[in-house]
Design a binder for this molecule. Structure first.
Ligand code: ADE
Length: 233
């Protein structure tokens, strides 16, 4: 799987993909991630990537020409109907559909090449969404100053679902949102059994698998009721 990130802040990604599972997946040849400077595709002496909005208003809007040139050079096509099979062009913006575990799983399964366009909060010329973008994605209902942190989030969430990227093939199924019933994960403990007066729950020390499973199911339900009652509806 290949990710090409198109951004006006390529240095933001320095080190971002050099840790943990993302680094390992690249070393294993399962993944390739590159950050590209949008200015490299901008024309003119000043390599201008943004301009004032038609109709007035605050802030600057990312111009269409450099983004079209970037997508054309990275995919070989200048319109979504002509992309090679398995190619997705994602615009990260607060106007997108919200990233979920299901969407991350779909991308991990169906996409071979993902171009991530990092918008600025003021906006991106709409002709980019109209002609180039296959998926407009938001990472949540809050406004970032740009799509860069969202690109890191998306690469991480998708990469750990690429077959073989996690140590064990099963470790991605048994967690929050992917569990049967869609509950949050249960609490975890490790040694020592007592720390600053806090004891590990006795149920986990018994070795009785059925009792441990029941304890975990109850705590998962409890945590979901407290932190995410919307998941129980
Ligand atoms: N850019 C600004 N806010 C964003 C968000 N919530 N998700 C994705 N990209 C963004």
């Amino acid at each position: 799987m290949r990710f090409d990130v198109v951004t006006i802040f390529p240095d933001f990604f320095r080190g971002a993909f050099e840790h943990g599972i993302i680094r390992r997946a690249q070393a294993a040849g399962l993944l390739e991630v590159r950050a590209h400077d949008l200015r490299g595709w901008a024309a003119g002496k000043h390599r201008q990537v943004d301009d004032r909005p038609f109709g007035g208003g605050d802030g600057m809007v990312l111009k269409p020409e450099p983004i079209f040139a970037a997508v054309e050079s990275l995919t070989g096509a200048g319109e979504r109907e002509a992309y090679p099979l398995g190619t997705r062009v994602v615009l990260l913006s607060p106007q997108g559909r919200v990233l979920t575990q299901a969407l991350a799983g779909e991308l991990a399964q169906a996409a071979a090449h993902v171009v991530l366009i990092c918008g600025r909060y003021e906006g991106v010329d709409e002709r980019v969404a109209e002609r180039l973008v296959t998926d407009e994605i938001s990472i949540g209902d809050y406004v970032l100053s740009g799509g860069e942190p969202a690109a890191v989030v998306l690469v991480d969430a998708v990469t750990r679902l690429i077959p073989g990227a996690l140590g064990s093939e099963t470790s991605a199924v048994n967690e929050s949102f992917a569990q049967e019933g869609g509950l949050l994960d249960y609490p975890h403990y490790t040694r020592p059994p007592e720390f600053r007066g806090m004891r590990v729950p006795e149920e986990l020390l018994t070795g009785h698998h059925a009792e441990i499973a029941r304890w975990r199911a109850e705590r998962a339900l409890e945590k979901t009721e407290r932190n995410r009652p919307d998941l129980l509806k």
